[in-house]
Design a protein around this ligand. Sequence first.
Ligand SMILES: [Mg+2]
Length: 240
Amino acid sequence: MHNIFFFDLDQTLLDFHASEKIALGTVLKENGLSYTDDVYPAFKAYNKSLWLELEKGTVTRTELFTKRFIYVFSLCEGDHSSLDPLKVNSDFIKTMSVNGVLMDGALEFVRRLKDGIPGSRIYIASNGATINAKGRIASTGLDRYIDGLFISEDMGVTKPDPAFFDMCLEHIGETKESCIMIGDSLSSDMLGAKNASLDSVWFMPSGNIEEAMREYDIDYCASSYDELYDILRKWSLQDT
Ligand SMILES: [Mg+2]
């Protein structure tokens, strides 16, 4: 049977950046600071540079969380002298986790997949923080269509490590032949599927698509949920 679907979460079913933007505006306003539309892009760029530093080991997680809010405070009007950046960071993460934002058409797509493919099961396979992922999924109603969550923080292993998918398959008691991985990221989703010898769909591909498909051994590409549905339906009807 071809009926087990592993979906990446962010920028595949949920819009991570939209949730971040809502949460940032909310916590800044709650703390009496101004929030304008140019704050989020600046936060995003600075935050990205800090995560790269974290990967290199030049900042700690606590420093990253502190620095990103000290920086944001400096961009806003209002008195921030008494604000604790770590407290605001923690409020930001909590606010984000109850403000999930669906990608356009994601809910209808998932419903259609469940209805249209007999016996289909949908699992989330995501790198990230468990509370953040679970909260955002529940706040959008996506949880009604999902059979289980595999989140790297819980599992202690991240995509593209093949151990990530080995653990998923062991947990659900399925063979890799019955599963397919769908995601937007080459470095985690597509490489993870390749490492674990799973079939794969690259969602919303960009750049040199043909070259990436060869390099990452990608089976299919889809640029919309309609296209993705057709691909998954055909894949589910294959004999082997
Ligand atoms: Mg993603």
